[in-house]
Design a protein around this ligand. Structure first.
Ligand SMILES: [Zn+2]
Ligand SMILES: [Zn+2]
Length: 153
């Protein structure tokens, strides 16, 4: 499935957890930054997502960023500017939304490095840094679907 669609579905699911809130936010997929994975603009009520990074990490890893930014939105809707950005209220929302990583600063570069994109004949694969090093050194890995060897791109 298209990654943008996955993000939108995830947002809808999270919205349904807060039926008491009247959501009006907008979603923008054009965040271009090498360091910012996602952002929430409190003033404009816009969630920004970074597709360049999302494509590198895959949705499964990026999902936590979607939760992270959505939790900021929830905090804004519930408390406005009266609480800390990554305070205990935010952490509680993160837990409620089943975020894997509750900490405020997530080093997603680590994930990008450890999920390197390679290809076979049928699709893209994301492999760990260690596996990538072994692949570079001549180790062969086969795709389970097409039985072709994984290739570095
Ligand atoms: Zn944050
Ligand atoms: Zn394949």
């Amino acid at each position: 499935m298209n990654i943008k669609k996955q993000i939108l579905i995830k947002l809808k699911r999270m919205e349904s957890i807060f039926p008491e809130l009247n959501f009006k936010y907008k979603v923008n997929f054009n965040l271009k930054s090498n360091t910012s994975m996602g952002e929430y603009s409190m003033n404009n009520d816009i969630l920004y997502f970074n597709m360049n990074i999302c494509k590198k990490t895959g949705f499964k890893i990026y999902e936590d960023i979607v939760i992270h930014e959505f939790a900021h939105l929830i905090i804004n809707y519930k408390y406005g500017k009266n609480v800390l950005v990554h305070g205990k209220e935010w952490k509680n929302i993160m837990r409620l939304l089943n975020a894997k990583n509750i900490s405020a600063t997530v080093d997603f570069n680590k994930y990008i490095e450890t999920n390197i994109k390679v290809i076979c004949s049928c699709k893209e694969h994301f492999i760990s840094k260690n596996r990538f090093t072994r692949l570079k050194n001549g180790q062969k890995y086969k795709c389970n679907s097409c039985k072709d060897y994984l290739k570095i791109i």
